[in-house]
Design a protein around this ligand. Sequence first.
Ligand code: HEC
Ligand code: HEC
Length: 272
Amino acid sequence: MRIGLTAAAATLAALTACDDTFNYNKEHGGSVVSGDTYCDVQTVFESSCFTCHSAAANIAELDLETDAHAEIVDQSSAGGGTLVVPGDRSSSVLYLKAAGEAPSGEGGIMPPGPGLDATSLETLGAWIDGGATTDCDGSSGGDDTGSADDTGSTDDSGPAGPTPDWCWVQTMHADRCFSCHDAARNGYSGGGFDLETDPYGALVNATSSEMYCTDEVLVSPGSTADSLYFQQLDRTLGDCGEPMPERAERLPQEELDAIAGWINAGATQDCP
Ligand code: HEC
Ligand code: HEC
């Protein structure tokens, strides 16, 4: 059942709509990948996921670059499921999210927005159904995925410093805000503010839901002065909003500078 990687497929679809919202890996240009070996799966990750889930990006503390197998096979998801259950794609949260069928509490479709193209999705599904091994083509499975003891790095400072772009901003949210604003907790108490499901939509050109403040824009591209979100973080509030993160210190200045840089440059979804 192991299909050799068809050379054609790789080149063939370098043309597939590379939604310009995200700047996918240039080398692969968001290309479609067929085959069902671990190497094929790694190519899918590189092509469609590394912009947010690499050693450096690590959004949602998911690094699909360093040792993807150890990171996902039999590992818990944030929502309490299992990322990859060998032999069963329909119980594998990672697959379900890529298929746009994330169970409730497990966040949204991956990659956010377009999801994964059908061929790459099938590569992922077939690899899982086939046992999710580290085999790359029959021979030399000599891949010592062994026992890297990464039970989810608790390095909350991330390797790269703050950078003024959307990918970093969302990494910061995962570190500092998801404890109250992930899809499940949703800001607790009533109102609810979810920075996980559609974080960009929740912020950019969105208005506050706070009573009497519904004219206030959370993130106004090009202007921190018109962005209530920034004032909450910078703690330069007028009559609306509460300092964020709630019950914690003001963010380090270098992080505020990066956020201001992102907003002032137009608050796009571009990532380096
Ligand atoms: C543009 C950024 C971006 C891209 C590209 C992206 N993701 Fe994500 N990913 C996120 C964000 C943000 C979250 C947290 C919110 C959520 O789960 O919906 C996340 C969460 C996840 C989770 C949940 C982790 C956990 O512990 O529960 C999985 C699994 C995942 N992504 C897989 C993928 C895969 C596989 C790809 C590529 C096919 C991918 N993502 C591409 C941004 C991205
Ligand atoms: C300890 C809990 C907690 C943490 C951590 C936290 N918040 Fe909040 N946040 C709240 C509560 C409570 C509210 C007000 C009620 C609501 O909207 O759910 C709120 C409201 C907000 C709002 C206003 C939404 C609106 O419609 O006006 C924004 C924006 C916000 N938070 C951003 C953030 C950001 C960004 C972070 C991380 C840097 C963060 N928060 C961290 C608890 C928290």
